[in-house]
Write a protein that binds this ligand. Structure first.
Ligand code: HPA
Length: 243
């Protein structure tokens, strides 16, 4: 595998598994990006905490363009990210992993492109395969080698947040074919494609989505579920970083 970056989502803030870790910042045309450099065994890896290390950046305020631009400038060629998701699919249960292969964009306020007619002009990129098939295959292989159960495909619907969805929204999204719902894969995934980097995301189902679950949702249950299952991410990333 070429130079790998790991973007940690909700519940994955502190890459304790990395050694020789130090924080750095980089100035980009889109603002400052913060990241950590470290090693998995003897392989260098870049880590980014998408919401900041203390979860202070809500989904709609993440500077996705600065983050992806920074990773590109650092020579990263492959990005594996984690996302906490709610499930709309009865077969995808809390505590399980999903390797999504498609997304639906329901975000509203985010600038999701480098091709905004300014620095990089205008272009329309193909999104037939939004997530990198090669990297997805590598993630699947790593999961199987570790005996980790992972659903090999799924459609991720990205909402604007930071609120959770209404049951009516979830019902509509299920009719559209969404399997899981989260707040961050768009525009992260599409920016990585525009920057010609391989991108895959491993989603952890932390709850059944609103209305499917009879209880109200809390951010705490999302974080708790991530904490309980973080070991699976660590095992997969460890294998990928050594390839
Ligand atoms: N909705 C949106 N984002 C989420 C959810 C959810 O139910 N669970 C974890 N992230």
């Amino acid at each position: 595998m070429n130079k790998l970056a790991f973007i940690g989502g909700t519940g994955v803030y502190n890459p304790e598994i990395l050694t020789d870790l130090h924080s750095e910042t980089i100035e980009t045309p889109y603002g400052t990006a913060k990241y950590e450099l470290g090693y998995f065994k003897d392989k260098p890896i870049v880590f980014m905490a998408r919401h900041g290390v203390n979860h202070t950046i809500p989904p709609h305020k993440i500077n996705f363009r600065a983050n992806i631009y920074a990773l590109k400038a650092l020579g990263v060629s492959s990005i594996v990210s984690t996302t906490a998701v709610g499930s709309l699919n009865p077969d995808y249960k809390p505590g399980e992993l999903v390797l999504v292969d498609q997304f639906i964009d329901q975000t509203k306020s985010r600038i999701g492109t480098f091709y905004d007619g300014e620095l990089h002009g205008v272009a329309h990129i193909d999104m037939t395969h939004p997530y990198c098939p090669h990297l997805r295959a590598a993630v699947l292989d790593a999961a199987h080698r570790e005996g980790i159960v992972i659903h090999p495909e799924g459609t991720y619907i990205c909402t604007e947040g930071p609120r959770f969805e209404t049951p009516a929204e979830i019902k509509a999204y299920r009719m559209w074919g969404a399997d899981v719902v989260g707040m961050t894969n768009v525009p992260e995934c599409q920016l990585a494609r525009e920057a010609e980097m391989c991108y895959a995301t491993i989603s952890m189902v932390t709850n059944f989505a609103a209305g499917i679950s009879k209880q109200s949702l809390t951010h705490r249950e999302v974080v708790e579920c991530m904490n309980q299952n973080i070991e699976s991410f660590v095992k997969i990333i460890t294998i990928l970083s050594q390839e």
